[in-house]
Write a protein that binds this ligand. Structure first.
Ligand SMILES: [Zn+2]
Length: 346
């Protein structure tokens, strides 16, 4: 099956640029795919690699596509093409030895004798020494070699590396664009697809890996916390502390839960401002309409502000006490004064 650059989901600008370059046979030998995590940079790098290595490319009138059927295409799809090298690791750092080995492999003659491709995923994980080791290859790649670097933090790369690459920006995908991707590729019903799209913040990679029932359960949990913590005489400190316990029972999930709460509150802001069609949690629309009406815009914004401070604190690299921070949030949602002071970090 044809594998083509123009099929890059939600990345029409990048796709157009790359298709144009392939059509004119002027593809830059060193590319930097820059953009947020999960928007499809690595997938795009693999698609481009397949196009570069395809034995039948360029196809007549279809310069951006690989045939998907030749030996090379089959090997790329199976991740066992001798001339496709991928530097990717679960580790926080890409070690200089791995970079040197990959560069050495580019100089080895292989049976394919065609182009070679080196993909470096999250290239900003290379320390300055590893990046320096790459400079000469970026400048003068051996033979028909293409280097494709991906990064969500391109500014962390050395200027000498960046300046030798052509940067291709990848953008967050719109909710509508991602809904279409999810309906098409995962067969999700429209309503569910829209919810997952809205909750995955422009990242199809994240959206496609989403466990939908688990996501909806987590969303329901944070919605329940928001519903229980209503300011007024009924609100209790004990209830707020109980909610904080629930939100932090799995520390690894806290940031994701706060993201879901943020989208839940954003929907209330939209409804309180009259923008009904834009909400993400469409399956809970009646609840949200009621909350927006009874709370009003000022109260909803107050809640959203308290949450933003909490999210900023949780995202800090210092090891702050997540339970303590979340307790402050829940007390604020319940309209209670804080029991202790959070250090002034934001
Ligand atoms: Zn092919």
């Amino acid at each position: 099956m044809r594998v083509a650059i123009d099929q890059l989901a939600g990345q029409s600008a990048a796709a157009e640029h790359l298709s144009g370059a392939l059509g004119a046979d002027r593809l830059h030998h060193a590319l930097l795919f820059a953009g947020p995590d999960g928007v499809g940079k690595f997938h795009a790098a693999r698609v481009l690699a397949q196009r570069i290595l395809c034995q039948r490319a360029p196809l007549p009138k279809d310069p951006g596509a690989a045939c998907g059927e030749c030996n090379a295409c089959i090997k790329v799809a199976g991740s066992n093409h001798a001339d496709l090298h991928v530097l990717d690791t679960e580790d926080r750092m890409l070690k200089i030895d791995a970079v040197r080995d990959a560069i050495a492999a580019l100089h080895v003659r292989t049976v394919e004798r065609g182009a070679k491709v080196l993909i470096i995923r999250d290239a900003d994980r290379m320390n300055p020494n590893a990046q320096n080791a790459l400079l000469k290859t970026l400048e003068e790649p051996p033979g028909h070699t293409h280097l494709i670097l991906t990064s969500s933090r391109p500014r962390s790369l050395l200027l000498t590396v960046r300046s030798r690459c052509q940067e291709i920006p990848f953008r967050p995908v719109s909710t509508q664009g991602m809904t279409e991707i999810l309906v098409r590729t995962k067969g999700l019903p429209e309503l569910e697809a829209r919810l997952v799209a809205a909750l995955s913040q422009g990242a199809p990679g994240r959206a496609l890996e989403t466990d939908v029932p688990a996501l909806i359960e987590a969303r329901n949990q944070v919605a329940d916390v928001d519903l229980r913590l209503e300011p007024g005489p009924a609100a209790s400190v004990a209830e707020a502390l109980k909610c904080a316990q629930q939100l932090t029972d799995d520390n690894k999930q806290l940031a994701a839960r706060l993201d879901l709460l943020s989208v839940w509150l954003r929907d209330q802001i939209l409804l309180a401002s009259g923008a009904q069609s834009e909400i993400a949690n469409t399956d809970r629309e009646p609840d949200l309409v009621k909350l927006a009406e009874t709370r009003g815009l000022t109260e909803v914004l107050r809640r959203a502000r308290a949450l933003e401070i909490t999210r900023a604190l949780v995202a800090l690299p210092q090891n702050l006490n997540n339970l303590l921070i979340t307790e402050q949030l829940c007390l604020a949602l319940a309209g209670q004064p804080s029991s202790t002071q959070i250090p002034r970090l934001v």
